[in-house]
Design a binder for this molecule. Sequence first.
Ligand SMILES: [Zn+2]
Length: 65
Amino acid sequence: MDAVQEFKQRTEDKVRNLRCPHHRQAPRLKFHGATLRDVTIQMSGCCNTLIEMANRAIAESPKSL
Ligand SMILES: [Zn+2]
């Protein structure tokens, strides 16, 4: 697995269990860029609450590896 794939997987893991408290939806992530330096995350979800929850989850550093 290359570094970008690993990054994608780690990021998806962070939001995997997130659900919007209002709509019970999971956030969707889209990744752009071919290298770790270029990669950007595009997030979509049912509402801003979910987007903010997902943003926060992704921003948190992993507690254990
Ligand atoms: Zn929602």
